[in-house]
Write a protein that binds this ligand. Structure first.
Ligand code: ASP
Length: 473
């Protein structure tokens, strides 16, 4: 299914947003009523003050009818996340150790939030049960999921929404993947309720009928599944940042926020280290053609970042414009040389076969006439390098194998780069002007990105040079 699916009408909120951002993009008719799924991260619900902000956000928009909360997160840098405390309780119980003191911190946090908000809800019995179950040997997934479960009860009370246990609407199949048919049918039924619903994030029910969690940060995935199942007009992911930034703010001071990008661009940036959403969260909404809007609970008027299918955005041509820059350090290049390699059938397969049989995944394979290099993340080679070199020598009979550690990869991503002459010139010009030596170049045939490899010590300077040449304030 794509964004311009049949009967799809541009909701009013998107119309307004695009208007505010300089219009132009969609040729769809506005429509007033829609359904928004809102996921709130741990810092958005860390204490009573944050919960009040969440209530104000929900109250200002009647379309925000399905809410997916995380467990309370950190209130300050030194604070603890409820989920981490629950893991700690479980680890203690597994060792036969007392965990009353740690559990008291959990009780205290929930109690405080409920008291400060004056909620008519008593979680004592629930908390007692959780403590007893953990002490009695319940699974680690059960223990970890209780932060979301208990917080879901609180958030439902704050909002006056129905509480729906995620184990009643999010189902896993025998392989541990989401059972979409079963889950989506259950979620769809929630949209017909007269009141809004709160569905805790992070967990669902396994085929064996047990609580099963996603990997850490998995409430993002829950939110995406709920959005897809409900057929939402938008999946709002409320967090503590004002959207996705064009570059890492630790490298580029005050980088611009990306106002909109495609799912594929996000994937490219995320793969190269830009994190804002859980890796798996994009797939359910992408498949259903549902836009994702990253928003900041602490700055609710900011439109944040909108993630859309390619078909919803105009082709940018003749304009040198990038979407973002991301990069990672610690890559190693394995450079293999052999005279007349170009005419040797099967050389590449044999070389990559050595990596495969050693369980190593690779990133890129830039090649010359008589050389082939494989770029691998250094971690992948941990403890295996000598063996890999030996096997390459035995299998490929090369003239030489050279190892070059310490390479950083930088991806400059932008759908606007396709068919636009001059992008590469500008990028390499900036690196040249900055005195930065380019060790590797890779441009995907989709022209969605240009990846360059530079020495690790040039990484930050290279990112700044690229940003500076494409983004003019
Ligand atoms: N509370 C879980 C975690 O800390 C899930 C989430 O917040 O998304 O990983």
């Amino acid at each position: 299914m794509c964004f311009q699916r049949r009967n799809w009408r541009m909701p009013a909120w998107l119309d307004t947003l695009l208007d505010r951002r300089g219009r132009a993009e969609l040729s769809l008719e506005p429509e007033s009523l829609g359904l928004k799924v809102c996921k709130f991260g741990g810092t958005s619900l860390a204490d009573a003050g944050q919960c009040r902000k969440v209530k104000a956000i929900i109250d200002t928009d009647p379309e925000r009818r399905l809410v997916v909360p995380s467990a309370p997160g950190k209130r300050s840098a030194k604070d603890q996340k409820i989920t981490d405390l629950l893991y700690l309780c479980h680890a203690h119980a597994q060792q036969g150790l007392e965990f009353d003191e740690v559990f008291e911190l959990i009780r205290d946090r929930f109690r405080r939030i409920a008291d400060e908000l004056g909620l008519d809800i008593d979680l004592t019995a629930d908390l007692d049960k959780v403590q007893k179950e953990i002490a009695g040997g319940q699974s680690v997934d059960y223990a970890a999921s209780r932060g979301e479960y208990l917080n879901g009860r609180i958030v439902a009370a704050i909002l006056g929404f129905d509480f729906v246990d995620a184990s009643e609407v999010i189902f896993f199949d025998a392989k541990g993947r989401i059972d979409t048919a079963r889950s989506y049918a259950a979620i769809k039924a929630l949209t017909r309720r007269p009141r809004g619903c709160v569905i805790p994030g992070f967990y669902g029910l396994s085929v064996e009928g047990r609580i099963k969690t996603f990997s850490r940060g998995g409430s993002d995935v829950s939110g995406a599944v709920v959005a897809a199942g409900a057929g939402a007009d938008v999946y709002e992911n409320w967090t503590d940042v004002g959207g996705l930034l064009m570059a890492d703010p630790r490298i580029v001071p005050n980088p611009r926020t990306i106002d909109k990008l495609t799912y594929r661009e996000l994937r490219e940036l995320a793969y190269m280290g830009a994190t804002v959403l859980h890796d798996e969260a994009i797939f359910p909404v992408r498949e259903a053609g549902i836009p994702v809007n990253i928003r900041n609970t602490n700055d609710p008027d900011h439109p944040g970042t909108l993630i859309l299918p390619q078909s919803a955005l105009p082709e940018v041509t003749g304009l040198i414009e990038i979407t973002g820059i991301a990069g990672r350090k610690d890559f190693t290049v394995i450079l293999v040389e052999k005279a007349l390699m170009n005419s040797e059938v099967g050389f590449g397969r044999r070389l990559l076969g050595v990596l495969e049989s050693n369980g190593i995944s690779y990133e890129h394979t830039p090649s010359g006439i008589d050389t082939m290099s494989v770029v691998v993340h250094a971690q992948q080679l941990d403890g295996k390098l000598e063996k890999v070199i030996e096997e390459i020598r035995a299998t490929c009979n090369p003239d030489d194998v050279l190892i070059q550690p310490g390479m950083a990869l930088i991806a400059t991503v932008g759908r606007g780069m396709a068919h636009t002459p001059g992008c590469a010139a500008r990028l390499f010009g900036a690196l040249g002007d900055g005195g930065i030596n380019v060790r590797m170049i890779d441009q995907g045939s989709s022209e969605l990105n240009i990846i360059v490899g530079v020495a690790a010590e040039d990484f930050e300077a290279a990112v700044r040079a690229i940003y500076g040449t494409f983004v003019k304030d």
